[in-house]
Design a protein around this ligand. Structure first.
Ligand SMILES: C[S@@+](CC[C@H](N)C(=O)[O-])C[C@H]1O[C@@H](n2cnc3c(N)ncnc32)[C@H](O)[C@@H]1O
Ligand code: SF4
Ligand code: SF4
Length: 338
């Protein structure tokens, strides 16, 4: 992507916030649960951070982690922060605490809940390293009221034969189904077991069928997913995520929508706006569009969409208003990011 086409100022519209990176599940693909993490953002700091994100123009806020529902003060933070300007506040969760906390979630300004489920019951519980995971997650989901609900699956070999049934089950409940791609480039996936779950040729074909016929995904996306699993992607899309999203880790690190490259600043030492409006931040976002990075699947479906859909170019080139509208559309419809 030619840099002349990029916006002159970086004004992300979405934020992913990790108030904790601790987790009680034991997913084989993920490293989070292997470490005891320090939560660097106090209740007060978390409230200030959310307010600052809102002041800065963020309209799509996502709590992820680790497991965000392990932060005992999450609902107090949401009560104390000014959440009125967010169009969407979503919760990316393993679902283990949904049953216990459904009343708090129902009363909170969270309006979207995305639960990670990687297969039917036995397969999911094995991949997630947690007995009763599937049952707890689905029972919890049914207690939610007035929320948009998504089930997010990381595509894999073990559940490729069940994928169609999982999609039927999820859509039968009226929930949205989304997916993401196995990765081991992010700091929290580096030692996960990705190889034993990597789809083989017949799994790839089955996955492709579900993406095409059940999920009606566009041809360019299906092609990318198949090539990705065959390890034969010819050209990665320019990574647009830096212009669309900012990530904040549990120690206050601020990242340009990328968990692989080094953080650009830290909230505990600098103002968020100062970090995002800095030259270093902009240079980073531009270099991301040139793919000066080791690569990862985080946000790749959004970048592909921007590359392939006519509006994509407008997302990154037109004035703030049309850009933000189109970017919001991209953030709403993209699969989950990590
Ligand atoms: C790290 S989790 C954090 C939020 C929450 N604990 C959960 O599991 O939904 C975010 C997403 O990453 C997915 N994930 C886990 N391991 C992965 C891997 N190795 N590659 C790609 N996505 C992965 C999870 O299934 C989940 O949808
Ligand atoms: S994927 Fe989510 S639930 Fe599983 S160990 Fe990682 S953070 Fe926990
Ligand atoms: S594709 Fe590259 S620049 Fe984009 S988020 Fe992944 S590692 Fe970062």
């Amino acid at each position: 992507m030619h840099t002349r086409l990029l916006p002159s100022v970086v004004r992300p519209i979405g934020a992913s916030l990790k108030l904790t990176e601790n987790c009680q599940a034991k997913c084989v693909t993920c490293d989070y649960w292997k470490t005891r993490w320090e939560d660097g953002l106090s209740t007060e700091r978390a409230v200030e951070t959310i307010n600052r994100l809102s002041d800065f123009g963020i309209r799509y806020l996502r709590f992820t982690g680790g497991e965000p529902l392990l932060r005992r003060d999450l609902f107090e933070i949401l009560r104390r922060a000014d959440t009125s300007r967010f169009k969407r506040i979503s919760l990316q969760t393993n679902g283990l605490l949904l049953k216990k906390l459904h009343k708090e979630i129902n009363e909170s300004p969270i309006n979207k809940v995305s639960v990670s489920i990687d297969g039917l019951e036995a397969t999911n519980d094995a991949i997630r390293g947690t007995k009763e995971y599937f049952r707890l997650a689905f029972e919890g989901l049914q207690l939610l009221q007035g929320k948009s609900i998504q089930v997010a699956a990381t595509l894999n070999r073990r559940s490729s034969e069940e994928l169609q049934s999982l999609v039927d089950l999820v859509t039968g409940y009226g929930y949205e189904f989304a997916y993401n791609l196995l990765d081991n480039h992010l700091y929290f996936f580096r030692n996960g077991d990705v190889e034993s779950l990597w789809p083989k040729e017949d799994d790839i074909e089955r996955i492709g069928q579900v993406l095409e016929h059940k999920l009606k995904r566009p041809a360019y996306e299906i092609k990318y997913v198949k090539e990705y699993f065959r390890r034969s992607v010819a050209a990665e899309p320019p990574c647009a995520i830096g212009f669309l999203e900012v990530y904040v880790a549990s120690n206050g690190d601020v990242m340009s929508g990328c968990y692989v490259l080094a953080p650009v600043g830290n909230l505990l030492k600098q103002d968020l706006g100062e970090i995002i409006l800095s030259k270093a931040y902009k240079d980073r976002c531009v270099s991301m569009t040139r793919r000066e990075c080791p690569g990862c699947t985080c946000g790749v479906l959004t970048s592909l969409r921007i590359q392939n859909v006519g509006q994509g170019v407008r997302v990154l080139t037109k004035g703030i208003l049309s850009r933000r509208r189109a970017a919001g559309e991209s953030l709403r419809s993209a699969g989950p990011t990590q």
